[in-house]
Design a protein around this ligand. Structure first.
Ligand SMILES: Nc1nc2c(ncn2[C@@H]2O[C@H](COP(=O)(O)OP(=O)(O)OP(=O)(O)O)[C@@H](O)[C@H]2O)c(=O)[nH]1
Length: 434
Protein backbone atom coordinates (compact mmCIF):
# COMPACT_ATOMS: atom_id res chain seq x y z
CA UNK A 1 0.00 0.00 0.00
CA UNK A 2 1.30 3.50 -0.79
CA UNK A 3 0.19 7.06 -0.18
CA UNK A 4 -0.50 7.52 -3.90
CA UNK A 5 -3.28 4.93 -3.93
CA UNK A 6 -4.91 6.20 -0.76
CA UNK A 7 -4.96 9.94 -0.82
CA UNK A 8 -6.32 12.59 -3.22
CA UNK A 9 -3.37 14.79 -2.18
CA UNK A 10 -0.96 12.00 -2.88
CA UNK A 11 1.03 13.86 -5.50
CA UNK A 12 1.86 16.63 -3.08
CA UNK A 13 2.68 14.40 -0.08
CA UNK A 14 6.37 14.42 -0.90
CA UNK A 15 6.44 18.23 -1.03
CA UNK A 16 5.44 18.53 2.61
CA UNK A 17 8.03 19.47 5.22
CA UNK A 18 6.18 17.42 7.82
CA UNK A 19 6.58 13.64 7.75
CA UNK A 20 3.53 11.47 7.12
CA UNK A 21 3.66 7.97 8.52
CA UNK A 22 0.93 5.37 8.16
CA UNK A 23 1.19 2.28 10.33
CA UNK A 24 -0.87 -0.88 10.65
CA UNK A 25 -2.29 -2.38 13.83
CA UNK A 26 1.03 -3.99 14.71
CA UNK A 27 2.75 -0.60 14.41
CA UNK A 28 4.59 -1.49 11.17
CA UNK A 29 5.01 1.35 8.69
CA UNK A 30 2.97 0.75 5.56
CA UNK A 31 3.61 4.10 3.90
CA UNK A 32 5.65 7.23 4.51
CA UNK A 33 6.48 10.40 2.60
CA UNK A 34 9.85 11.82 1.59
CA UNK A 35 10.08 14.21 4.58
CA UNK A 36 10.78 11.16 6.79
CA UNK A 37 14.39 11.43 5.71
CA UNK A 38 14.79 14.96 7.08
CA UNK A 39 12.65 14.34 10.17
CA UNK A 40 13.65 10.80 11.24
CA UNK A 41 16.80 10.30 9.18
CA UNK A 42 15.34 7.31 7.30
CA UNK A 43 14.00 7.16 3.74
CA UNK A 44 10.39 5.99 3.26
CA UNK A 45 11.82 2.76 1.83
CA UNK A 46 13.96 2.18 4.91
CA UNK A 47 10.97 2.71 7.19
CA UNK A 48 8.41 0.64 5.30
CA UNK A 49 7.79 -2.68 6.97
CA UNK A 50 9.66 -1.55 10.14
CA UNK A 51 8.30 -0.37 13.49
CA UNK A 52 8.85 3.35 14.08
CA UNK A 53 8.29 2.76 17.81
CA UNK A 54 11.71 1.04 17.96
CA UNK A 55 13.30 4.45 17.31
CA UNK A 56 11.52 6.25 20.16
CA UNK A 57 14.02 7.29 22.88
CA UNK A 58 13.73 4.86 25.80
CA UNK A 59 12.39 7.48 28.25
CA UNK A 60 9.47 8.33 25.92
CA UNK A 61 8.33 4.81 25.09
CA UNK A 62 5.68 4.35 27.78
CA UNK A 63 3.86 7.60 26.97
CA UNK A 64 4.15 6.92 23.22
CA UNK A 65 2.55 3.53 23.68
CA UNK A 66 -0.36 5.06 25.67
CA UNK A 67 -0.80 7.72 22.99
CA UNK A 68 -0.99 5.14 20.20
CA UNK A 69 -3.70 3.26 22.13
CA UNK A 70 -5.68 6.50 22.47
CA UNK A 71 -5.44 7.16 18.75
CA UNK A 72 -6.43 3.59 17.91
CA UNK A 73 -9.44 3.89 20.22
CA UNK A 74 -10.76 6.47 17.76
CA UNK A 75 -9.71 9.75 19.39
CA UNK A 76 -8.00 12.06 16.88
CA UNK A 77 -5.04 13.66 18.62
CA UNK A 78 -3.11 16.86 17.94
CA UNK A 79 -0.06 18.05 19.86
CA UNK A 80 1.44 14.89 21.38
CA UNK A 81 5.21 15.28 21.67
CA UNK A 82 7.93 12.64 21.87
CA UNK A 83 11.52 12.06 20.77
CA UNK A 84 13.14 9.72 18.25
CA UNK A 85 16.67 8.55 17.66
CA UNK A 86 17.56 9.46 14.09
CA UNK A 87 19.68 7.20 11.92
CA UNK A 88 22.77 9.35 12.70
CA UNK A 89 22.13 8.96 16.45
CA UNK A 90 20.85 12.50 16.96
CA UNK A 91 17.52 13.17 18.66
CA UNK A 92 14.44 14.45 16.85
CA UNK A 93 11.72 16.18 18.88
CA UNK A 94 8.39 15.52 17.21
CA UNK A 95 4.90 16.97 17.54
CA UNK A 96 2.22 14.65 16.24
CA UNK A 97 -1.17 15.05 14.66
CA UNK A 98 -2.75 11.60 14.38
CA UNK A 99 -5.98 9.75 13.81
CA UNK A 100 -7.01 6.21 13.07
CA UNK A 101 -8.59 4.86 9.94
CA UNK A 102 -10.84 2.25 11.53
CA UNK A 103 -12.07 0.86 8.25
CA UNK A 104 -8.58 0.09 6.97
CA UNK A 105 -7.18 -0.63 10.47
CA UNK A 106 -4.48 1.99 10.09
CA UNK A 107 -3.04 4.81 12.14
CA UNK A 108 -2.13 7.95 10.22
CA UNK A 109 0.30 10.35 11.79
CA UNK A 110 1.78 13.66 10.69
CA UNK A 111 5.08 14.39 12.40
CA UNK A 112 6.39 17.92 12.75
CA UNK A 113 10.04 18.33 13.59
CA UNK A 114 10.17 20.76 16.56
CA UNK A 115 13.76 19.97 17.54
CA UNK A 116 15.10 23.49 17.02
CA UNK A 117 12.28 25.10 19.01
CA UNK A 118 12.57 22.54 21.79
CA UNK A 119 16.28 22.98 22.03
CA UNK A 120 16.05 26.77 22.23
CA UNK A 121 13.44 26.49 25.00
CA UNK A 122 15.46 23.85 26.83
CA UNK A 123 18.66 25.89 26.69
CA UNK A 124 16.88 28.95 28.03
CA UNK A 125 15.35 26.92 30.85
CA UNK A 126 18.60 25.10 31.64
CA UNK A 127 20.57 28.32 31.89
CA UNK A 128 17.98 29.80 34.18
CA UNK A 129 17.95 26.66 36.36
CA UNK A 130 21.74 26.41 36.57
CA UNK A 131 21.98 30.09 37.50
CA UNK A 132 19.38 29.47 40.23
CA UNK A 133 21.39 26.46 41.43
CA UNK A 134 24.51 28.58 41.79
CA UNK A 135 22.66 30.70 44.34
CA UNK A 136 20.24 28.27 45.89
CA UNK A 137 21.52 24.69 46.17
CA UNK A 138 21.87 23.23 49.65
CA UNK A 139 25.17 21.50 49.08
CA UNK A 140 27.50 20.02 46.50
CA UNK A 141 25.62 16.74 46.12
CA UNK A 142 22.30 18.52 45.56
CA UNK A 143 23.97 20.79 43.00
CA UNK A 144 25.37 17.79 41.10
CA UNK A 145 22.10 15.82 41.21
CA UNK A 146 20.21 18.82 39.88
CA UNK A 147 22.83 19.47 37.21
CA UNK A 148 22.38 15.88 36.02
CA UNK A 149 18.61 16.35 35.81
CA UNK A 150 18.98 19.65 33.93
CA UNK A 151 21.54 18.27 31.45
CA UNK A 152 19.44 15.18 30.73
CA UNK A 153 16.48 17.34 29.85
CA UNK A 154 18.74 19.08 27.36
CA UNK A 155 20.51 16.11 25.80
CA UNK A 156 19.40 12.49 26.07
CA UNK A 157 22.10 10.88 28.22
CA UNK A 158 22.48 7.45 29.79
CA UNK A 159 24.90 8.70 32.45
CA UNK A 160 26.78 11.69 33.75
CA UNK A 161 29.92 12.17 35.82
CA UNK A 162 31.58 15.30 37.19
CA UNK A 163 35.32 15.50 37.69
CA UNK A 164 37.13 17.91 40.00
CA UNK A 165 40.37 18.92 38.29
CA UNK A 166 41.44 21.79 40.54
CA UNK A 167 44.56 19.91 41.56
CA UNK A 168 46.69 19.43 38.45
CA UNK A 169 47.18 15.82 37.32
CA UNK A 170 44.79 14.58 40.01
CA UNK A 171 41.33 14.03 38.63
CA UNK A 172 38.85 13.45 41.43
CA UNK A 173 35.43 12.02 40.60
CA UNK A 174 32.80 14.11 42.43
CA UNK A 175 29.73 12.46 40.98
CA UNK A 176 28.74 9.62 38.70
CA UNK A 177 25.32 8.24 37.97
CA UNK A 178 23.78 6.40 35.04
CA UNK A 179 20.23 5.47 34.10
CA UNK A 180 20.42 2.43 36.39
CA UNK A 181 20.94 4.93 39.23
CA UNK A 182 24.45 3.71 40.06
CA UNK A 183 26.95 4.65 37.40
CA UNK A 184 29.88 3.26 39.32
CA UNK A 185 32.72 2.61 36.93
CA UNK A 186 31.63 5.27 34.47
CA UNK A 187 34.90 7.10 34.98
CA UNK A 188 37.22 4.48 33.56
CA UNK A 189 40.57 4.96 31.86
CA UNK A 190 38.95 5.90 28.52
CA UNK A 191 36.84 8.57 30.23
CA UNK A 192 39.87 9.96 32.08
CA UNK A 193 41.85 10.23 28.87
CA UNK A 194 38.96 12.04 27.23
CA UNK A 195 38.82 14.47 30.17
CA UNK A 196 42.56 15.14 29.84
CA UNK A 197 42.05 15.91 26.17
CA UNK A 198 39.06 18.19 26.83
CA UNK A 199 41.03 20.06 29.49
CA UNK A 200 44.01 20.44 27.18
CA UNK A 201 41.95 21.60 24.21
CA UNK A 202 39.61 23.67 26.38
CA UNK A 203 36.59 22.45 24.47
CA UNK A 204 34.25 19.46 24.53
CA UNK A 205 35.54 16.29 22.87
CA UNK A 206 33.58 13.23 21.81
CA UNK A 207 34.68 9.64 21.51
CA UNK A 208 32.57 6.97 19.85
CA UNK A 209 32.96 3.58 21.49
CA UNK A 210 32.11 0.25 19.88
CA UNK A 211 29.42 -1.86 21.59
CA UNK A 212 30.38 -4.87 23.67
CA UNK A 213 30.17 -8.18 21.77
CA UNK A 214 28.95 -6.51 18.60
CA UNK A 215 26.05 -4.62 20.28
CA UNK A 216 25.18 -1.00 19.61
CA UNK A 217 28.03 1.41 20.35
CA UNK A 218 27.74 4.68 22.20
CA UNK A 219 29.37 8.09 22.59
CA UNK A 220 31.29 9.62 25.46
CA UNK A 221 31.52 13.39 25.67
CA UNK A 222 33.85 15.30 27.98
CA UNK A 223 33.30 19.05 28.40
CA UNK A 224 35.76 21.18 30.36
CA UNK A 225 34.39 23.18 33.29
CA UNK A 226 36.16 26.49 32.91
CA UNK A 227 35.95 28.65 35.98
CA UNK A 228 36.96 32.25 36.49
CA UNK A 229 40.54 31.21 37.33
CA UNK A 230 40.87 28.53 34.62
CA UNK A 231 39.78 24.88 34.30
CA UNK A 232 38.31 23.46 37.49
CA UNK A 233 36.90 20.18 36.23
CA UNK A 234 34.97 18.38 33.53
CA UNK A 235 31.55 16.96 32.75
CA UNK A 236 31.42 13.48 31.26
CA UNK A 237 28.29 12.38 29.46
CA UNK A 238 27.53 8.87 28.21
CA UNK A 239 25.00 8.39 25.43
CA UNK A 240 22.39 5.65 25.26
CA UNK A 241 23.52 2.65 23.18
CA UNK A 242 23.03 3.37 19.50
CA UNK A 243 23.02 7.15 20.01
CA UNK A 244 25.77 9.58 19.13
CA UNK A 245 26.44 13.07 20.42
CA UNK A 246 26.14 15.52 17.53
CA UNK A 247 27.99 18.76 16.80
CA UNK A 248 24.94 20.60 18.09
CA UNK A 249 25.13 18.67 21.39
CA UNK A 250 28.82 19.53 21.65
CA UNK A 251 28.22 23.25 21.10
CA UNK A 252 25.36 23.24 23.55
CA UNK A 253 27.39 21.48 26.22
CA UNK A 254 30.28 23.89 25.76
CA UNK A 255 27.91 26.69 26.64
CA UNK A 256 26.12 24.86 29.46
CA UNK A 257 29.33 23.62 31.06
CA UNK A 258 30.59 27.18 31.52
CA UNK A 259 27.44 27.92 33.54
CA UNK A 260 27.93 24.71 35.53
CA UNK A 261 31.50 25.77 36.27
CA UNK A 262 30.28 29.09 37.71
CA UNK A 263 27.74 27.26 39.89
CA UNK A 264 30.39 24.79 41.08
CA UNK A 265 32.93 27.49 41.88
CA UNK A 266 30.37 29.37 43.89
CA UNK A 267 29.41 26.21 45.79
CA UNK A 268 33.05 25.43 46.59
CA UNK A 269 33.57 28.97 47.80
CA UNK A 270 30.51 28.80 50.06
CA UNK A 271 31.61 25.39 51.39
CA UNK A 272 35.08 26.76 52.08
CA UNK A 273 33.67 29.79 53.91
CA UNK A 274 31.40 27.54 55.97
CA UNK A 275 34.30 25.20 56.70
CA UNK A 276 36.73 27.89 57.75
CA UNK A 277 34.07 29.46 59.98
CA UNK A 278 33.94 26.20 61.93
CA UNK A 279 37.38 24.61 61.56
CA UNK A 280 40.90 25.69 62.39
CA UNK A 281 42.95 26.20 59.21
CA UNK A 282 46.27 25.07 60.69
CA UNK A 283 45.24 21.76 62.27
CA UNK A 284 41.90 21.05 60.58
CA UNK A 285 40.35 20.56 64.05
CA UNK A 286 37.00 22.14 64.99
CA UNK A 287 37.50 25.73 66.14
CA UNK A 288 36.18 27.48 69.24
CA UNK A 289 32.76 28.20 67.69
CA UNK A 290 32.08 24.61 66.59
CA UNK A 291 33.43 23.33 69.89
CA UNK A 292 30.95 25.46 71.89
CA UNK A 293 28.07 24.10 69.75
CA UNK A 294 29.16 20.54 70.48
CA UNK A 295 29.69 21.30 74.16
CA UNK A 296 26.17 22.72 74.54
CA UNK A 297 24.73 19.68 72.72
CA UNK A 298 26.68 17.26 74.93
CA UNK A 299 25.57 19.00 78.13
CA UNK A 300 21.91 19.02 77.16
CA UNK A 301 22.18 15.29 76.32
CA UNK A 302 23.81 14.67 79.70
CA UNK A 303 20.91 16.49 81.36
CA UNK A 304 18.34 14.42 79.50
CA UNK A 305 20.09 11.11 80.06
CA UNK A 306 21.25 11.90 83.55
CA UNK A 307 24.82 11.11 82.49
CA UNK A 308 28.22 12.83 82.72
CA UNK A 309 30.35 14.77 80.23
CA UNK A 310 33.96 15.78 80.79
CA UNK A 311 36.09 18.60 79.47
CA UNK A 312 39.89 18.48 79.19
CA UNK A 313 41.76 21.77 78.74
CA UNK A 314 45.23 21.34 77.21
CA UNK A 315 48.10 23.82 76.87
CA UNK A 316 51.59 23.15 75.54
CA UNK A 317 54.35 23.93 78.06
CA UNK A 318 57.07 26.30 76.88
CA UNK A 319 55.55 26.71 73.42
CA UNK A 320 56.71 30.30 73.15
CA UNK A 321 60.29 29.12 73.48
CA UNK A 322 59.89 26.65 70.60
CA UNK A 323 58.63 29.49 68.43
CA UNK A 324 61.43 31.77 69.59
CA UNK A 325 64.27 29.27 69.15
CA UNK A 326 63.15 27.06 66.23
CA UNK A 327 60.92 29.52 64.43
CA UNK A 328 57.22 29.95 63.81
CA UNK A 329 57.11 27.24 61.11
CA UNK A 330 58.46 24.67 63.57
CA UNK A 331 55.89 25.91 66.10
CA UNK A 332 53.12 25.38 63.53
CA UNK A 333 54.41 21.90 62.80
CA UNK A 334 54.32 21.02 66.51
CA UNK A 335 50.71 22.21 66.73
CA UNK A 336 49.82 19.97 63.77
CA UNK A 337 51.67 16.95 65.18
CA UNK A 338 50.03 17.28 68.60
CA UNK A 339 46.59 17.80 67.04
CA UNK A 340 47.04 14.51 65.15
CA UNK A 341 48.30 12.69 68.23
CA UNK A 342 45.46 13.87 70.45
CA UNK A 343 42.88 13.02 67.80
CA UNK A 344 44.35 9.55 67.34
CA UNK A 345 44.00 8.86 71.05
CA UNK A 346 40.31 9.73 71.15
CA UNK A 347 37.13 7.90 70.19
CA UNK A 348 34.99 8.94 67.23
CA UNK A 349 32.28 10.43 69.47
CA UNK A 350 34.76 12.72 71.31
CA UNK A 351 35.59 16.20 70.00
CA UNK A 352 39.12 17.56 69.88
CA UNK A 353 39.26 21.29 69.11
CA UNK A 354 41.84 24.05 68.96
CA UNK A 355 40.77 27.15 70.82
CA UNK A 356 43.67 29.20 69.45
CA UNK A 357 47.41 29.60 70.13
CA UNK A 358 48.70 26.49 71.90
CA UNK A 359 45.39 25.72 73.61
CA UNK A 360 43.35 22.62 72.81
CA UNK A 361 40.20 21.22 74.37
CA UNK A 362 38.75 17.72 74.38
CA UNK A 363 35.10 16.97 75.01
CA UNK A 364 34.13 13.52 76.28
CA UNK A 365 30.35 13.49 75.87
CA UNK A 366 29.89 10.17 77.72
CA UNK A 367 32.10 9.52 80.71
CA UNK A 368 31.38 7.55 83.87
CA UNK A 369 33.56 9.29 86.50
CA UNK A 370 36.15 12.04 87.03
CA UNK A 371 38.77 9.28 87.36
CA UNK A 372 37.88 7.92 83.93
CA UNK A 373 38.30 11.40 82.43
CA UNK A 374 41.64 11.81 84.25
CA UNK A 375 42.70 8.46 82.78
CA UNK A 376 41.99 9.80 79.28
CA UNK A 377 44.05 12.91 80.07
CA UNK A 378 46.99 10.69 81.09
CA UNK A 379 46.71 8.71 77.86
CA UNK A 380 46.86 11.97 75.86
CA UNK A 381 49.82 13.18 77.89
CA UNK A 382 51.78 9.95 77.27
CA UNK A 383 51.05 9.97 73.53
CA UNK A 384 51.98 13.63 73.15
CA UNK A 385 55.18 13.29 75.20
CA UNK A 386 56.82 11.19 72.49
CA UNK A 387 59.77 12.96 70.88
CA UNK A 388 59.19 14.87 67.67
CA UNK A 389 61.66 16.15 65.05
CA UNK A 390 61.24 19.88 64.46
CA UNK A 391 63.62 21.60 62.07
CA UNK A 392 66.30 18.93 62.69
CA UNK A 393 65.90 19.23 66.49
CA UNK A 394 64.42 16.53 68.69
CA UNK A 395 61.82 18.03 70.99
CA UNK A 396 59.91 16.39 73.80
CA UNK A 397 56.53 18.12 73.96
CA UNK A 398 54.87 18.51 77.35
CA UNK A 399 51.24 19.30 78.02
CA UNK A 400 49.44 20.71 81.02
CA UNK A 401 45.94 19.27 81.18
CA UNK A 402 43.02 20.38 83.33
CA UNK A 403 39.95 18.17 83.78
CA UNK A 404 36.40 19.16 84.81
CA UNK A 405 33.25 17.09 84.87
CA UNK A 406 29.58 17.93 84.32
CA UNK A 407 27.26 18.10 86.21
CA UNK A 408 29.26 17.18 89.33
CA UNK A 409 31.54 20.25 89.24
CA UNK A 410 29.73 22.75 87.01
CA UNK A 411 26.16 23.64 86.12
CA UNK A 412 26.77 24.99 82.61
CA UNK A 413 29.27 25.20 79.74
CA UNK A 414 30.88 28.49 80.83
CA UNK A 415 31.50 27.23 84.34
CA UNK A 416 32.84 23.93 83.04
CA UNK A 417 35.31 25.69 80.73
CA UNK A 418 36.44 27.99 83.52
CA UNK A 419 37.03 25.09 85.89
CA UNK A 420 38.97 23.02 83.38
CA UNK A 421 41.08 26.08 82.50
CA UNK A 422 41.82 26.77 86.17
CA UNK A 423 42.70 23.14 86.76
CA UNK A 424 45.12 23.29 83.80
CA UNK A 425 46.82 26.43 85.19
CA UNK A 426 47.19 24.84 88.61
CA UNK A 427 48.94 21.91 87.02
CA UNK A 428 51.17 24.26 84.99
CA UNK A 429 52.09 26.15 88.16
CA UNK A 430 52.92 22.91 89.95
CA UNK A 431 55.07 21.73 87.02
CA UNK A 432 56.94 25.05 86.89
CA UNK A 433 57.59 24.96 90.67
CA UNK A 434 58.89 21.40 90.66
N1 LIG B 1 53.70 28.80 65.67
C1 LIG B 1 52.57 29.32 66.13
N2 LIG B 1 52.60 30.00 67.29
C2 LIG B 1 51.47 30.51 67.78
C3 LIG B 1 50.25 30.37 67.09
N3 LIG B 1 49.29 30.99 67.82
C4 LIG B 1 49.90 31.49 68.93
N4 LIG B 1 51.22 31.20 68.91
C5 LIG B 1 52.24 31.51 69.88
O1 LIG B 1 52.08 30.60 70.97
C6 LIG B 1 52.68 31.15 72.12
C7 LIG B 1 51.77 30.89 73.29
O2 LIG B 1 52.26 31.47 74.38
P1 LIG B 1 52.12 30.91 75.84
O3 LIG B 1 51.17 29.80 75.93
O4 LIG B 1 51.87 32.10 76.69
O5 LIG B 1 53.59 30.45 76.07
P2 LIG B 1 54.17 29.14 76.64
O6 LIG B 1 55.63 29.24 76.32
O7 LIG B 1 53.49 27.93 76.13
O8 LIG B 1 53.94 29.33 78.16
P3 LIG B 1 53.28 28.30 79.15
O9 LIG B 1 51.97 27.97 78.61
O10 LIG B 1 53.22 29.08 80.44
O11 LIG B 1 54.20 27.14 79.21
C8 LIG B 1 52.92 32.62 71.80
O12 LIG B 1 54.31 32.80 71.57
C9 LIG B 1 52.16 32.87 70.49
O13 LIG B 1 52.79 33.83 69.67
C10 LIG B 1 50.25 29.67 65.84
O14 LIG B 1 49.24 29.50 65.17
N5 LIG B 1 51.43 29.16 65.42
Amino acid sequence: MSIETMDPFADIADLLLDAIVIVDLSGKVVAANAACLAVFGYTPEELTGKTLFDHVVPEDRAKTWEESLLVMSGTPRIGFENRYIRKDGSIAHIMWSARCDAERQLRIGVARDITAKKRAEAVQMALYQIAALAHGSDGLSQLLDETHRIVSRLVSVAGMAVIDARVKHRLNCLYQSDSSGKGAGMVDEAARQLVDKALQEQQPVVSDLPGATGGAGMSLLAAPLSGTQGPVGALILKSHPGMRFTDDDTKLLHFVSSQVAVALERRWLLDELTRSARYDDLTGLPNRRLFYDRLETALSQSRRRNSRSALLYLDIDGFKQINDTLGHTAGDELLRVLARRIKKTMREEDTVARLGGDEFVVLLPHVSTLEAATGVAEKIRTTCNEMVWLDRHLVEPRLSIGVAIYPDQASDATQLMKLADQSMYEEKRRTKQS
